[in-house]
Ligand binder design. Structure first.
Ligand code: ZN
Length: 154
């Protein structure tokens, strides 16, 4: 089922999402819908609060297959790199964001198993972008005041 993507300023986009307690059938159904919605909108990642759910859950596919992160924690960060990012909740806005180049994330997968994901480049940026969403942070919050003024971003 296609879900409606919530756009800024939708209140849940600013909230730190609640941890998922049990990875059950309901969660797996939401994961299926989130992948379908993400692919339909040509996205590479989608967080649950972008579709109106208050859960530490995001789906990712940077071109090498599906990845699900539930209750993710970044356990390692290395290097810095700036790249241009967009966001399905901020249409037509592309911003240069500086992030760690390599990261390691601990999370649960769609089966409720503990997984570790090591990411570099696009996967690392995408993981950080989605984990930001789950903490109520959007790309517009990652840039300085002057940059915002120049781009007239609220
Ligand atoms: Zn986004």
């Amino acid at each position: 089922m296609l879900l409606e993507i919530k756009k800024h300023p939708f209140p849940l986009l600013k909230k730190r999402c609640e941890a998922v307690k049990t990875v059950n059938g309901e969660i797996r159904a939401l994961i299926r819908d989130m992948f379908q919605t993400m692919y339909h909108n040509n996205g590479i990642g989608l967080a649950s609060n972008q579709v109106g759910h208050d859960l530490q859950l995001a789906v990712i596919d940077v071109g090498d297959g599906k990845r699900v992160i539930i209750n993710p924690k970044i356990i390692k960060k290395q290097g810095k790199e700036t790249s241009e990012e967009g966001c399905l909740s901020l249409p037509h806005l592309f911003l240069k964001i500086k992030r760690a180049k390599r990261i390691e994330v601990e999370a649960l997968n769609e089966k409720g198993e503990n997984v570790r994901i090591k990411g570099e480049g696009l996967l690392a940026f995408c993981l950080q972008h989605e984990i930001d969403h789950l903490n109520g942070v959007l790309i517009k919050d990652r840039i300085g005041f002057l940059h915002k003024l120049r781009n007239l971003i609220k």
